[in-house]
Write a protein that binds this ligand. Structure first.
Ligand code: PEP
Length: 250
């Protein structure tokens, strides 16, 4: 059975002390929940990984990116082995901000996915269309290309270590959430792609998260849909109370 997951993506927010405090608050709140119906992850800046890891007992840790090379002369980059050595269990790859602002391509993300999995990291792989692509009605093709191009060289065994996050770009940080029906439609489409490529079992077992202005007030409706297995949360992950309002929405 697939896992429900709520993962925070702090992006470029908080200093290290602020981040440690936030992680402590989230960890304590999660520890205090008797029967949570989801796993909880915090995705934090590279600089925070080691210090945040030290305070987490009930919450898993993700980096927000890793390099597309294993080591070498790539000033300023942080490799998958470096991320894994902090004790992080996950890495977020392919976020639309990375694709858009840092020109990350489908081919580059394929390499990042391979490097991350080779280090034993689980991948939270983001995909999603722009508003323009949705208006042109090419969003299904965009998502298919992103998933096929960066993930479908993997074996079924490797896919067990991949979580997919559907994040429509028009809903990220805009306050505009995809309706639960719009999100469910895409999640079912993604699960269909997985079933075609890997069979029903892998499709059933893969966690597919929704991301894009998810908040305590809309999380329960989104998570009630059969193919929405949780959320990747940006803005609302920066306050422990808001994040917990989403974690407890299942
Ligand atoms: C994100 O960036 O992954 C995200 C979902 O952001 P927000 O929740 O702020 O829309």
């Amino acid at each position: 059975m697939r896992k429900n997951i709520v993962a925070g993506n702090w992006k470029m927010n908080t200093t290290v002390p602020e981040g440690v405090k936030l992680a402590q608050e989230v960890n304590e709140a999660v520890a205090a929940q008797a029967a949570l119906k989801c796993d909880v992850i915090v995705g934090v800046p590279f600089t925070h990984l080691t210090a945040v890891k030290a305070v987490l007992t009930h919450v898993a840790l993700a980096a927000e990116n890793c390099a597309d090379h294993k080591s070498g002369a790539y000033t300023g980059e942080v490799s998958a082995p470096m991320v894994a050595s902090t004790g992080a269990q996950y890495v977020i790859l392919g976020h639309s901000e990375r694709r858009g602002y840092y020109a990350e391509t489908i081919a580059m993300l394929k390499d990042k996915v391979d490097l991350a999995l080779a280090e034993g990291l689980k991948v939270i792989f983001c995909c999603g269309e722009s508003l323009d692509e949705r208006k042109q009605n090419i969003h299904f093709g965009v998502i298919k290309d992103e998933i096929e191009g960066s993930l479908f060289h993997l074996s079924a065994e490797q896919m067990a270590n991949v979580v997919i996050a559907y994040e429509p770009i028009w809903a990220i940080g805009t306050g505009e959430t995809a309706t639960a029906e719009q999100a469910q439609e895409i999640h079912a489409f993604i699960r269909g792609l997985l079933a075609e490529k890997y069979g029903e079992q892998v499709a059933d077992d893969t966690t597919i998260l929704y991301g894009g202005s998810c908040k305590p007030s809309n999380a329960a409706e989104l998570f009630a849909k059969p193919d929405i297995d949780g959320g990747l949360i940006g803005g609302a992950s920066l306050k422990a109370a808001d994040f917990m309002g989403i974690v407890t929405a299942f």
